[in-house]
Design a protein around this ligand. Sequence first.
Ligand code: AMP
Length: 115
Amino acid sequence: MSEPSVFTRIRTGDIPGEIISETENVFAIRDIAPQAPVHLLVIPKTERYRNVGELAAADPGLLGEMIAMAGSLAAEHADGDYRLVFNTGANAGQTVFHVHAHVLAGGLEEKELRA
Ligand code: AMP
C-alpha cells in the first residue's frame, strides 16, 4: 500500500486544510499556492486514478461529477466563468499523482488566460 496523497490526508484530517465542498464521491479544497484570484482543487475521494486520462477511461461519470462541482464552485466563489486544468505527468507540472482539477477563476490576468 502506498502512502495516502496529500489531498486524502487533508480530507481525513491528518493534516490541516479546509474542505470547501463535498459530495459522496468528490471534494474540494483551496490551493495552498494560488495562481489566480480563485484557485480551488476538485478531487475524487478515490485515489485509484493518477490522472485525468485514467479517470476518463475508467469512470467518465466520476469525471462528470468533478466538472459539475467545478462549475458550482465557480458560481459560488466567482462569476461562474472558470478554467479547468489537469496537469498530466511530471513534465507537464503534475506533482500530486491523485487526479485533481485546478479551478481557476475570479478575473484572470491576461497572462493567466494565455497559459
Ligand atoms: P499539480 O502540480 O497539478 O499536481 O497540483 C498540485 C497542487 O496541489 C499544487 O497547485 C499545490 O499548490 C497544491 N497543494 C500541495 N499541497 C497542498 C496543501 N497542503 N493544501 C492545498 N494545496 C496543496
